[in-house]
Design a protein around this ligand. Structure first.
Ligand SMILES: C[S@@+](CC[C@H](N)C(=O)[O-])C[C@H]1O[C@@H](n2cnc3c(N)ncnc32)[C@H](O)[C@@H]1O
Length: 314
C-alpha cells in the first residue's frame, strides 16, 4: 500500500526538510519497532491452534519471524512483516490434510511472496502468485483509489520476482500466473486456504474477491492490505455486494479501518496521521468464509431517521 496520495513513481512536490520534532518522532518509532521485534514474533505466534504436525518449537517460530523481518528489510516490500506473520499464523493453524493453496494477488517485487513461501514450505502447500508483472493497470471510471496511482506503479518483472524469491524465500513452492486479474483469475480452479489481496485499486479488489471467494475452503481467509481505507474495506460489509454476487450476508473484516492489533499505536483517521507523528498502523485486515457481519435489530417503534442523514461519501 502506498500512503494516501503518495504513489511510488515520481511526484513533483518539492522536498520539505523534517523538523527536529518530526525527526525525533521518526527515531522513536524506529527504536520501538526494532526493540519489539522479538516480542511481536512471540506474541503473534503463541497459539495453541498451531498444528503439531509442523513441529513449530519456540526456536523455529523465532527463526521464521526473524527471517521474515530480515526479508522485509532486504527486499522491497509494501507490507509489514507483522502482516506476513499474521498470515503465517493462520496457515500454520490449519491441519496438513485440509486441502488448499495459498494465493497472493499483487506481488510487486515479491517481498511478501518470499515470506509467504517460507510458511508454504513448512506446511507443504503451494503459493500461487498472480500479477500483471507490469504494475498497476489504468484506473477505471468510478474507482475511488485510481486517483492515487498511475498506470505501471508497483512494477516488478517476473524475472525480478523470481530472483528475489529464489534469494530470500522458497521458490520451489511457487507458481506464477502472469496477466491481468480479469483474464487469469476466472481460470483459477484449486481450493484456496488463504488469499492475500494486495492490489490497491477497488476494481482489482472486486475482481479478486468475485473470482476467488467461490474457491475459498469453508474456513478459508482473505487478507487485504488497504486496511485504513474505510470505503475500500466496506466491500466486506456491503449487503448489496454479497447479496448480488454470493446470495449471502457480508462477511465483515477484522482490522478494517485500523489494521490488526499487532503492537502499533494508531487512532486515526488516516488524513490526520501527520498530526500524530508517533502513531502508525502497519498490519493487514482479514475476513474468513464462515464469518458474518449483518445488522438485524430495527426498533419496531422507530420508522427511520428523524432528519436528513446526509449523502454518502463518493
Ligand atoms: C502494492 S503492490 C503489491 C505489494 C506486495 N504485496 C508487497 O507486499 O510488496 C500491488 C500489485 O498489484 C498488481 N495489480 C494490481 N491490479 C492488478 C490487476 N488488475 N491485474 C494484475 N496485477 C494487478 C500490481 O502489478 C502490483 O504488483
Amino acid at each position: 500500500m502506498s500512503p494516501r496520495g503518495m504513489p511510488v513513481t515520481g511526484s513533483a512536490a518539492a522536498p520539505r526538510h523534517a523538523t527536529f520534532a518530526e525527526k525525533f518522532a521518526t527515531l522513536t518509532m524506529k527504536a520501538y519497532y526494532l526493540l519489539t521485534v522479538p516480542i511481536a514474533i512471540a506474541f503473534i505466534l503463541t497459539s495453541s491452534r498451531i498444528h503439531s504436525a509442523y513441529r513449530m518449537t519456540f526456536f523455529r517460530k523465532l527463526g521464521l519471524g526473524l527471517r521474515m523481518f530480515w526479508n522485509k528489510h532486504r527486499l522491497p516490500t509494501a507490507t509489514s512483516f507483522k502482516a506476513h506473520l499474521a498470515m503465517a499464523l493462520k496457515i500454520l493453524e490449519v491441519a496438513p490434510d485440509v486441502p488448499g493453496d495459498v494465493v497472493e494477488c499483487g506481488t510487486w517485487k515479491g517481498g511478501s511472496a518470499a515470506n509467504l513461501s517460507l510458511v508454504c514450505r513448512i506446511v507443504g502447500r503451494k503459493l500461487k502468485i498472480y500479477d500483471s508483472f507490469q504494475g498497476l493497470p489504468e484506473g477505471e471510471r468510478g474507482d475511488r483509489e485510481a486517483k492515487f496511482y498511475a498506470k505501471g506503479d508497483y512494477c516488478g518483472t517476473l524475472g525480478e520476482v523470481r530472483e528475489n524469491i529464489a534469494r530470500a524465500g522458497a521458490i520451489e513452492c511457487c507458481e506464477f500466473v502472469p496477466g491481468w486479474f480479469q483474464d487469469t483469475l476466472p481460470k483459477h480452479s484449486s481450493p484456496v486456504l488463504l488469499a492475500f489481496l494486495d492490489v490497491d485499486l477497488e476494481a482489482s479488489l472486486d475482481v479478486c474477491v468475485r473470482h476467488l471467494w467461490p474457491h475459498l475452503i469453508d474456513r478459508g481467509y482473505i487478507f487485504i492490505d488497504e486496511f485504513l481505507r474505510l470505503d475500500y474495506c466496506s466491500l466486506f460489509f456491503s449487503e448489496e455486494y454479497w447479496k448480488r454476487y454470493f446470495q449471502r450476508t457480508p462477511p465483515g473484516l477484522i482490522g478494517g479501518g485500523l489494521g490488526l492489533a499487532l503492537g502499533e499505536y494508531y487512532i486515526g483517521p488516516e488524513e490526520e496521521r501527520p498530526d500524530h507523528p508517533t502513531q502508525h498502523a502497519t498490519a493487514a485486515a482479514y475476513t474468513r468464509k464462515d464469518m458474518s457481519a449483518y445488522w438485524t435489530f430495527y426498533n419496531s417503534g422507530s420508522s427511520g431517521p428523524a432528519s436528513d442523514p446526509g449523502s454518502p461519501r463518493s
